[in-house]
Each structure stands twice: as structure tokens, then as C-alpha cells.
Write a protein that binds this ligand. Structure first.
Ligand SMILES: Nc1nc2c(ncn2[C@@H]2O[C@H](COP(=O)(O)OP(=O)(O)OP(=O)(O)O)[C@@H](O)[C@H]2O)c(=O)[nH]1
Ligand SMILES: [Mg+2]
Ligand SMILES: [Zn+2]
Length: 373
């Protein structure tokens, strides 16, 4: 088996000249200021000054473009600048973006090395990775019990991403009001899965974002507390209630929420840009548009197994050092599944991810192909 390069290493594609440690910024550009990218559009980005890391002046927005010499080489890249990036900006009087604006303008000259990355395979260009955000401390994995139905496989994918990136994941299950109307088997299945996640040490919040007094609800209060002093990104399918949740956290900008719920089934999104928002309670959130599919970049079986916390105790027990925990004999992970020490559903997610299924549900393909190795 040939060794694989580590795929989750820091943005290696970035031009070395563009990425530069912050300590040398002002020496190079004394007229510059440190900022945080709060929204990215096709030809420009919005940046807010951040003199001290973590103190972002989100009311002060600059329209910024990327220094031309970097842009030309990188025009193809969708990920050149993403929400959450910490950048060095130099004010300019030129209108570089070619738009009419009364915002002050600046040029992004440098990018601080990204601490964490939230990324997936680009659904439009399969060989490209699409970075959704950077420098995130926490990932709020938001799903609704019903409308749209919770996809446990998708939650597992986000958990793997968070584990491999060292980002703290929190699971938020919304639309609790709709769960009570469901069949008891469905309710039991939800309870069973919540138990699995809690046993792994993950926090699971069960909430109703549109309840009349939701802000006062104890679960919402607790959730709000976890956001203090951190940058938390909300992710999940369209219509699960991400923006409704943000609106409960005293955001500086109230997020649009579609009143007509049916619209989500027609595939329309309400939030169209990832955006960095300051909360009245301290801390920041990144509200994102719902995604249709979330396929992790290709991971080796070793990396993937690292993302499943419950596998860790068993990995050294497999007979073959290169065991992928699929059909290999004397596999300790599979034995643990048989003995009920690892959830069969979670193990199914692992197989689905390793074998490259769609990312929509974490389904299992029955045929084991060797190509994946
Ligand atoms: N029944 C019920 N509906 C809810 C709840 N929370 C939010 N909704 C509704 O769900 C719909 C979607 O909410 P949004 O907050 O816009 O969802 P979103 O995840 O931000 O969607 P995108 O921006 O498209 O990704 C809206 O019509 C909300 O009113 C809830 O707890 N129960
Ligand atoms: Mg939204
Ligand atoms: Zn094994």
C-alpha cells in the first residue's frame, strides 16, 4: 500500500508570498491594518478591522479586493479568501472592485496562516476543494428532526471534519415541535442516536427555534453560553433553522428567515452568503447558506478512522496493520460492532465515507471496491 500524503494539512495551494505570519505584517506595510473577512463575493470581500485578535469591529465595513499580483495567478481559485480569514489590508482611494459604493476601500495584501478550515469537495468541480470558512473554533452542526428529516450520516461527516481539524463540534437538533407529531419508531430512533452521540461526549441540544419564548428556553440559553468568546460556524441543510437560531443569540444583524416553510422543499435558500456576525452576548457566529451535499475530501482509511472517536480503543487490536475495517479478517473494529461496543449505524457511516457514497445520507454500498484503497 502506498503511503498517502496528509490531506488535511494547511492550505498548501496558497501562494507562499500571499500567506505571511502576522508578526511581519506591519513591518512590510506600515500603513496597513489587520482585518477579518466577514463576507466574500465574486469580485470583492467585506472586511472589518480587528486590531486585537478576537475584537472585530463588525460595524466598520471595508470593501476590499485582493492585491492584483496575487489575484492574476489565482483567478481560478474559489477559495483564495474565505469568511473568517485574518488579513492585512492597505487603504486605497482607487475603485478596484468596479462597483459604486460609499464604503471605504482597501486592498488585501497578506493572509495570516489559517488555524482551521471547514472544507468539502466542490460539488461543481469534483477535483477541487471548496473552503467554506477558516479560523473557526466551534462547529454547530444544525439539523431539524423533521422538515427536512435529520440525516445522521451528514452529522457524522461534520463530526469527522471537526475531529480532524481540532474544532469543537456541537450538535443542534431543531424543530422539536415537529418530532412530537411523528410515529413512535421515528422518535425512538432519534433518541437512540442522541444517546450514541452523548456517550461519545458530544453535546446535543434539542430545541425549537420558532417557539414563542425560545430565547428564554433553557436549551437555547445553554447553547448561547457555549458561543461566548468564540467563533462558531453554523452548518447544515437549507431550511433546518440556522438563521432562526442565530436570531435568538442577539445578533448585530438580524438574519432573514423564510416564513413560508414549503419554499425550502423547492430548493430555494434564504441565506445566500456565509456571513460573520457579532453577538450581543459576546462571541461571533458564521451563518451559512444551507448545503445540498457535503462530501469530505478524500481521506485515507487511517484519517477517517481517526475521526470516529469510538474506534480509537480498538484500532491497535486489528490483525493487519493496514486494516481498513471492511472485510479484513480478525478486525477488532468489526468485532466491536458485532459485540455492540460500536454502533452499527456509526460504523455504516464510516463505510459509506470510505467508499465514497453521495454524502447525502451516509448510505452503505454493498460492493467493496479496491479502487478506494
Ligand atoms: N416547526 C418549526 N419550524 C421552524 C423552527 N425553527 C425554524 N423554523 C422554520 O424553518 C424555516 C427555515 O428556517 P431558517 O432559519 O431560514 O433556515 P436556514 O437553515 O437558515 O435555511 P437556509 O438559510 O436556506 O440555509 C423557516 O420557515 C422557520 O420559520 C422550529 O423549531 N420548528
Ligand atoms: Mg439561513
Ligand atoms: Zn480493522
Amino acid at each position: 500500500m502506498k503511503p498517502r500524503e496528509k490531506k488535511f494539512s494547511r492550505a498548501a495551494h496558497l501562494d507562499e508570498g500571499f500567506e505571511l505570519a502576522e508578526s511581519s505584517w506591519l513591518e512590510k506595510f506600515p500603513e496597513g491594518f489587520a482585518g477579518r473577512v466577514v463576507e466574500v463575493h465574486k469580485r470583492y470581500a467585506f472586511v472589518s478591522p480587528e486590531p486585537e485578535e478576537g475584537e472585530i469591529k463588525t460595524r466598520d465595513v471595508w470593501l476590499s479586493t485582493i492585491a492584483r499580483k496575487f489575484l492574476q495567478a489565482k483567478r481560478e481559485q474559489r477559495n483564495f479568501i474565505v469568511v473568517g480569514d485574518r488579513v492585512l489590508c492597505v487603504p486605497t482611494s482607487e475603485d478596484n472592485a468596479g462597483v459604486v459604493t460609499d464604503l471605504p476601500q482597501c486592498v488585501i495584501q497578506r493572509l495570516a496562516p489559517r488555524r482551521t478550515l471547514i472544507k468539502r469537495l466542490d460539488p461543481h468541480r469534483k477535483e477541487m476543494e471548496h473552503i467554506l470558512a477558516s479560523n473557526v473554533d466551534q462547529l454547530l452542526i444544525v439539523a431539524s428532526y423533521v422538515g427536512p428529516n435529520v440525516k445522521w450520516g451528514l452529522i457524522d461527516r461534520y463530526l469527522v471534519l471537526a475531529e480532524l481539524q481540532g474544532i469543537k463540534p456541537l450538535i443542534v437538533l431543531n424543530k422539536r415541535d415537529l418530532l412530537t407529531k411523528e410515529k413512535s419508531e421515528f422518535q425512538e430512533d432519534c433518541a437512540e442516536n442522541i444517546k450514541i452521540y452523548e456517550a461519545l461526549g458530544y453535546s446535543v441540544f434539542s430545541v425549537q427555534a420558532n417557539a414563542p419564548n425560545a430565547r428564554k428556553n433553557i436549551d437555547i440559553q445553554e447553547l448561547k453560553m457555549t458561543l461566548k468568546g468564540k467563533v462558531s460556524m453554523l452548518s447544515g441543510h437549507s431550511g433546518v433553522g440556522k438563521s432562526s437560531l442565530v436570531n435568538l443569540f442577539e445578533p448585530e444583524l438580524v438574519q432573514a428567515v423564510e416564513k413560508n416553510e414549503d419554499i425550502f422543499y423547492k430548493g430555494r435558500h434564504t441565506t445566500s452568503y456565509a456571513s460573520f456576525i457579532k453577538l450581543g452576548t459576546g462571541g461571533y457566529v458564521i451563518d451559512t447558506p444551507g448545503i445540498r451535499s457535503f462530501v469530505l475530501q478524500e481521506l485515507s482509511h487511517r484519517e477517517l478512522a481517526e475521526g470516529f472517536l469510538e474506534f480509537q480503543d480498538f484500532l491497535s487490536g486489528c490483525k493487519y496493520p493496514g486494516c481498513r475495517h471492511l472485510e479484513e479478517p480478525e478486525c477488532a473494529v468489526r468485532a466491536a460492532v458485532t459485540e455492540g461496543k460500536i454502533s452499527a449505524r456509526r460504523y455504516g457511516s464510516y463505510r459509506g465515507m470510505l467508499q465514497g457514497t453521495t454524502g447525502r445520507e451516509g448510505r452503505i454500498r454493498d460492493v467493496v471496491t479496491e479502487e478506494n484503497e
